[in-house]
Design a protein around this ligand. Structure first.
Ligand code: CO
Ligand code: CO
Length: 329
């Protein structure tokens, strides 16, 4: 769902008794909820399932797994347990396809050291796949949307553009090389990025998923009572992202995201329309957006590089002005 619709629906929830053990609650729009189990242990929980973004079933399964685990990594947690969610057309669907989806997901869970406990399947004309994930987290080391401070720099750990490229793929407009780049990136776990983030004592972080870079940045800005300024030329994009947007390839989700952030963004002179669209493109299994003091950025970039992750400084945290977000050329 788009961020606007989601706010409208969740705003109507009756207030329920709140456990004092709840360390991160839905109000902050964080990546996962966190519940304290004991003095040194909390659990983080999240759920995410998606429609196919690539044609290869095993790749799709792996991407769905990586995408679902990402919210735990973004909080600084270690994913440990998962339950699968499967929607599949049982009468018309080829079960061999489902077998490959599930195996692709299981291989990714294995890579992440996550145990599959079970799951649930539903007959559905449209395929959907993903997981509910539980992770362990040190209650003193939770990385939330709140905590970004004026003067912090913003580091992004994966290029943007998966929504635009996946839409191009569905329209038969995506060449092989960008398809391979997109697939590899979406399959990649945010585990190494999260480890580097934790070693660098980040102030705040989120993963960039359905609301796009600016939508998730808005959550950080609100929770941190700060503003985020992005240097648009420094934001890494997947190959062909700008060309495809220029040809009118944009999902409905992109349009919804653009409308949702528009009142909160001050656009600088010279930020071209295709770039504006890329910055709100809904991402699947996107990278982490990390806020940390400038003095620790080189350490983070080095740790990312050694782990094979390409991190880029894409912006900075400033004092809140009229708008939460600013984008300069
Ligand atoms: Co998230
Ligand atoms: Co999520």
């Amino acid at each position: 769902m788009g961020p606007e619709d989601l706010r409208r629906v969740l705003g109507a929830l009756p207030s329920v008794p709140r456990s004092r053990r709840l360390l991160v609650s839905p109000e902050s729009w964080d990546d996962a909820g966190v519940y304290r189990v004991g003095p040194k242990l909390a659990v983080a929980q999240t759920v995410d399932f998606i429609t196919p973004v690539v044609d290869d079933p095993a790749d799709y399964g792996a991407i769905a797994a990586s995408n679902a685990l990402s919210d735990i990594y973004a909080m600084g947690g270690k994913p440990t347990l998962a339950l699968s969610i499967v929607c599949f057309p049982s009468e018309t669907g080829d079960l061999e396809i489902l077998r490959r989806i599930v195996r692709g997901g299981a291989a990714k869970l294995k890579e992440a050291g996550v145990t599959l406990l079970g799951g649930h399947s539903v007959r559905d004309p449209e395929i959907k796949f993903g997981y509910a994930v539980t992770g362990e987290i040190d209650p003193k080391k939770i990385v939330t949307n709140a905590g970004a401070k004026k003067g912090d720099l913003l580091v992004l750990t994966k290029p943007l553009g998966t929504g635009i490229l996946a839409t191009a793929l569905k329209r038969g407009l995506l060449p092989d090389a960008p398809l391979r780049a997109m697939t590899a990136q979406m399959k990649a776990l945010n585990r190494a990025a999260a480890a580097a983030m934790k070693a660098s004592s980040a102030h705040a972080a989120t993963d960039v998923t359905g609301f796009g870079l600016l939508g998730h940045a808005l959550n950080i800005a609100r929770a941190s009572r700060a503003a985020l300024r992005f240097f648009s030329a420094a934001v890494p994009l997947l190959p062909q992202t700008i060309e495809l947007v220029g040809r009118g390839v944009a999902s409905a989700g992109l349009q919804a995201n653009a409308a949702a952030v528009e009142p909160h963004v001050a656009w600088g002179e010279g930020v071209a329309e295709p770039t504006r669209q890329a910055l709100v493109d809904p991402q699947t299994s996107g990278g982490l957006l990390i806020a940390l003091p400038a003095s620790r950025v080189n350490g983070l970039l080095g740790r990312l590089r050694r782990a094979g992750v390409r991190g880029a400084v894409v912006g900075e945290v400033t004092a809140k002005k009229k708008q939460y977000l600013e984008v300069v050329a």
